[in-house]
Write a protein that binds this ligand. Structure first.
Ligand SMILES: Cc1cc2nc3c(=O)[nH]c(=O)nc-3n(C[C@H](O)[C@H](O)[C@H](O)COP(=O)(O)OP(=O)(O)OC[C@H]3O[C@@H](n4cnc5c(N)ncnc54)[C@H](O)[C@@H]3O)c2cc1C
Length: 209
């Protein structure tokens, strides 16, 4: 994982290159940003992400510019961030954010088993969902592309803990500390067109526990 490119130079003590740390962040993150050079210019797109062993998967319409661009073996950079808290320092300068992020570099390749990729995405979003939904038709699979990036060159960076103020500022009257932030499921809202005889299934209810 550690290469010249992935060596964390700014605040290096926050850098990690071990797979358990990187995998845990990838597994918790729903959204990634994929960056690449499109027709000579920088491009970045937010997208869902799922890990499949040593690969991260992205998917989308076979017709999308992102998918078509990346299918041609271009180098890409994939980034995910989990935001854990607002760090309120005594000085404006030392305000920060607690986070866990991952940056991966590599070349995306085609995933031939698109149905399995869709199952991995579905199960990542809502564990237990796949067995309750209609599975993709050949036509739907034809219109879908799935791409994989091997997790082999990358880094994690993690900031935790309270603000780091300048020593003389600890005497100031300003409140300082951390406001934790999290993303969590709230009460499910049934589709207005849901058949009235369908109850909230356990796998959806469990999300909010
Ligand atoms: C939510 C969030 C908010 C941030 N806000 C700011 C901000 O406002 N200002 C600011 O200067 N920085 C901010 N950072 C940190 C920022 O991501 C960079 O780490 C930092 O700016 C140093 O950039 P650099 O190019 O000099 O890093 P370098 O240390 O030179 O980067 C070298 C290599 O280290 C790795 N690396 C660097 N940063 C990260 C990262 N965040 N996650 C995983 N790998 C990484 C990459 O592999 C990269 O190629 C923020 C990070 C997060 C996650």
């Amino acid at each position: 994982m550690l290469t010249q490119r992935t060596k964390v130079r700014r605040n290096p003590s926050r850098g990690r290159h071990d797979r358990p740390t990187i995998d845990a962040i990838l597994d918790e993150a729903l959204i990634a940003h994929v960056a690449w050079v499109h027709e000579g210019r920088p491009a970045v797109i937010p997208t869902l992400i799922a890990r499949d062993g040593d690969d991260v998967l992205i998917h989308g319409s076979s017709a999308s510019r992102t998918i078509r661009g990346l299918q041609h073996g271009l180098e890409a950079c994939v980034e995910v961030t989990l935001v854990d808290g607002l760090v309120l320092a005594r000085s404006a300068f030392h305000h920060s954010i607690n986070y866990r992020s991952v940056v991966l570099y590599g070349t995306l390749r085609d995933v031939p088993d698109k149905e399995r990729a869709l199952e991995i995405f579905t199960e990542k979003l809502i564990p237990g969902r796949w067995e309750h939904v209609r599975w993709p038709t050949p036509q739907e699979l034809k219109g879908t592309a799935a791409l994989a990036l091997r997790i082999e060159e990358g880094s994690a960076k993690i900031r935790t803990g309270p603000p780091a103020d300048d020593e003389e500022d600890y005497a100031l009257d300003t409140w300082a500390g951390v406001v934790p932030l999290t993303v969590r499921p709230l009460t499910p809202q049934p589709d207005p067109r849901l058949r009235p005889d369908i109850e909230l299934p356990v796998h959806v209810r469990d999300l909010t526990l």
